[in-house]
Every structure is written in C-alpha cells, then in structure tokens.
Design a binder for this molecule. Structure first.
Ligand SMILES: NC(=O)C1=CN([C@@H]2O[C@H](COP(=O)(O)OP(=O)(O)OC[C@H]3O[C@@H](n4cnc5c(N)ncnc54)[C@H](O)[C@@H]3O)[C@@H](O)[C@H]2O)C=CC1
Ligand SMILES: O=C(O)[C@@H]1CCC=N1
Length: 275
C-alpha cells in the first residue's frame, strides 16, 4: 500500500472533460499549488460555473498550442471513441495521459491515443472534491519515475492514492471506492426513509441520517487504527437496540450478500465498458 502526498506538479496540463469529477480534481490541484497559467480545460459544454471559475483563477478554456506534459482524461467512458481523434495531436510522445475512465484499459487507451508516450489508469472517487477521496492507480511500463511522481502529486491532491501492480484490480477498485460513495449516500437516503416510517418528521429524519453517516465517517477517519468491526461492537450493547437491528441486517447474511452482489455488478459493468 502506498499513501502518497506532496506536490510535484507538471508545468502544463490539459484536462479533457470538466464535469463532476474533472472539476473536482481541477479544484484540488489549483488549491494545492498547480500553476493555473499552465492549465487548459477542454470541454464542449462547460457549465457557467466552470467558465466563471476558469476566468477567475486564470485557467484557459480550449486547446493548448502545444501538447501538454500531462493530459487528464475525465470524459465518460462511452465517449472515448468519438473524442479520441481530436486528442491525438495533443498527446505527444512526451505526454503522460492519466485516465479516470471507468473500465477503459491501458490497452484500449493506447489504441485510441497511439501518439501518447505513457499512460496511467486511475480510479478516484467524488470525495476528492474536498481532498477526502481515495484513488487506485496503475502505471504502464513506459511511465518514467518522474512521470509517476507527477501523476501521484495530481492524484494525491484528491486524497490518498493506492498504486497497484496489477491492472486487473482497477475494476474492483472502481466497484468498491469509485462507486462506493453512492452506496453510502443511498444508505443515508434509506435511513432517513426508515426514520420517516417510524414517525419522525422528514426534515428531522434527514438531518439525523446525514449526521449519523457524517459522524460515523469522521470516527473512522479519526481512529484509523481501530477496525470498523470494533467500532460497530462499541455501539452494540448486548441485548440492546443495535443488536436487534443488526440481527435483521446480518440475518441469512442479508447485507453482506447484498453488498457483494452490488460490488460484483459494478465490477462486471466496468469490464463491459473496457473496449
Ligand atoms: N462521478 C464520479 O464519482 C466518478 C467518475 N469517474 C469517471 O470520471 C469520468 C467523468 O465522469 P463524471 O465527471 O461523473 O461525468 P460528467 O458527465 O459530469 O462529465 C463529463 C464531462 O465531459 C465533457 N465532454 C463530453 N465530451 C467531451 C469531449 N469530446 N471532449 C471533452 N469533454 C467532453 C462533458 O461536457 C462533461 O462536462 C467518467 O469516465 C467516470 O467513469 C471516476 C470516478 C468517480
Ligand atoms: O458510475 C460510474 O460509472 C462512475 C465510475 C465510478 C463512479 N462513477
């Protein structure tokens, strides 16, 4: 496991696709010191917020005159084939391409951008927007140590980074931590709905559910050496209310099996998106 951090940013960077994830990454890089003068953003439909942000911070919207040191691909996987031809002249042999596209393999990326020198395939997650994300990443053999340091600095701006030796694991990373925040947000929704069923006013139920997940997450973050199972045990009084609830969640392995099916479905979908 590698926990990384520290800046070693590229002098020039092109962000291709500045939607939810691309914008989140961009904001993190700039906050940690990436020179906005060296950044271009390419997006055919930039939001008004993105346009205003780029103007304010001095990031250029459009195509750079020369290929960048790093090109970050943050478009939808399904649009890679149609977007790639316009990117080939922007990805030089000296350019490191960092892709965050779900499913797209290093080979598929190289097939679409054969002009690029090296590729990193990464899978961040949305909490990168506040520096609280986690990213799984794999580098192809052509990535130099200097390029890897720069990729690490960019990815670490969003939180922790796990460099993996085996590309096959990235789809599992996608299914666990890439998509994972949505599972937790859905839990917040379900918990609030259950509270409403038990008679709580909707606004109160939502505040309780949200604050519970915030607090539990903050406790996990504050106590990294304590296993989640130990924290769960700390809440669970013998013969008490939590035990009664957990009996429902664990009965017949209900929740473990459900989560396993969900993660397997996400991983399968990543594999389907690979080509
Ligand atoms: N949303 C998330 O939580 C995460 C997303 N990802 C990956 O990030 C990528 C982007 O996802 P989102 O940001 O959620 O999608 P999004 O739809 O919010 O953003 C995609 C952006 O790409 C732009 N775009 C479309 N065609 C383009 C082109 N030809 N050239 C340049 N830009 C183009 C769109 O205008 C849009 O702004 C996906 O590949 C996804 O797998 C990875 C980890 C987490
Ligand atoms: O849902 C998706 O396909 C992307 C990848 C991980 C999170 N969002």
């Amino acid at each position: 496991m590698t926990i990384s951090g520290g800046g070693d940013f590229p002098a020039s960077l092109l962000l291709v696709g500045a939607g939810r994830m691309g914008s989140a990454l961009l904001q993190g890089w700039l906050k940690l010191g990436l020179d906005p003068g060296g950044v271009h953003v390419l997006d055919p439909a930039p939001s008004p917020e993105l346009q205003a942000f780029c103007t304010t911070v001095g990031v250029k919207l459009g195509v750079p005159a020369t290929p960048p040191e790093v090109l970050v691909l943050a478009i939808k996987p399904q649009t890679l084939a149609s977007a790639a031809p316009a990117l080939v002249s922007l990805a030089a042999p000296t350019t490191l391409v960092i892709s965050i596209l779900a499913g797209k393999t290093l080979k598929t990326l190289a097939d679409h951008l054969p002009s690029a020198g090296a590729f990193v395939r990464a899978m961040p997650n949305l909490p990168a927007a506040i520096g609280a994300g986690i990213t799984g990443a794999v580098a192809d053999p052509a990535v130099t140590p200097e390029q890897k340091r720069k990729a690490d600095a960019l990815l670490a701006a969003g939180g922790r980074v796990e460099w993996l030796g085996d590309e096959d694991l990235i789809d599992a990373v996608t299914a666990v931590s890439g998509s994972g925040p949505a599972y937790v947000f859905y839990l917040a929704e379900c918990l609030a709905e259950a509270g409403i069923v038990e008679g709580l006013p909707p606004a109160v139920a939502e505040r309780l559910a949200r604050a519970t997940i915030e607090g539990a997450g903050a406790l996990l973050a504050a106590l990294p050496e304590v296993a989640a199972a130990k924290l769960r045990a700390d809440v669970t009084s013998p013969g008490g209310t939590t035990e009664a609830a957990l009996a429902e969640l664990k009965g017949g392995d209900a929740l473990p099996k459900l989560i396993a099916r969900a993660v397997a479905a996400a991983r399968k979908r990543a594999q389907q998106l690979s080509g």
